[in-house]
Design a protein around this ligand. Sequence first.
Ligand code: DAT
Ligand code: MG
Length: 167
Amino acid sequence: MKIQQTLVLIKPDGLVKSLTGNVITELSDTELTIVGAKVVQVTRELAEEHYQHLKEEKFFNELIKYIMGEYHVKRVLALVYHGENTIKNIRKVVGSTHPEKAEPTTIRGKYGRVTSKGVFENVVHASENEKEAEREIKLWFRPEELAYTIYPTDTKEVKKVEYFWKS
Ligand code: DAT
Ligand code: MG
């Protein structure tokens, strides 16, 4: 058994369809722990970096528009799950990439669809392997945003502007 962390994104179609509760419930069957969670407005830069391995695909532009929320709502919910064999366990509950080919009982099988433009609205993202999980978690989260991290961290002094609520 291997302790791993994995990045899960509830994509804009999942949020607009109010599927957050359903997705988290399905994922809680894996008995893994959430160690990070935040709502993110995805910039083009973040989207292109996240999906860099698909840059040459003909569906890349549509994919970037979809994850940036141009078809639904401009936010995603980013989560980091922690536990034994997290990557495989989560991918199993999430299902195959193509929603129509995903097992009907998986998240993508239940809630996903393919649009007439050919966009796979597959509700969630989940990291594929350990290397990708590490790359993605470090792309989406800062170390202090995680309750626990398995990757080494470092510190340095920085001059910082802090925001406060106006009184
Ligand atoms: P996964 O999200 O299952 O890891 P992936 O990394 O291969 O799959 O692709 C990332 C996303 O790109 C995927 O969730 C949906 C989209 N995608 C993949 N293949 C596609 C295709 N043939 N047509 C349209 N969109 C596709
Ligand atoms: Mg992938």
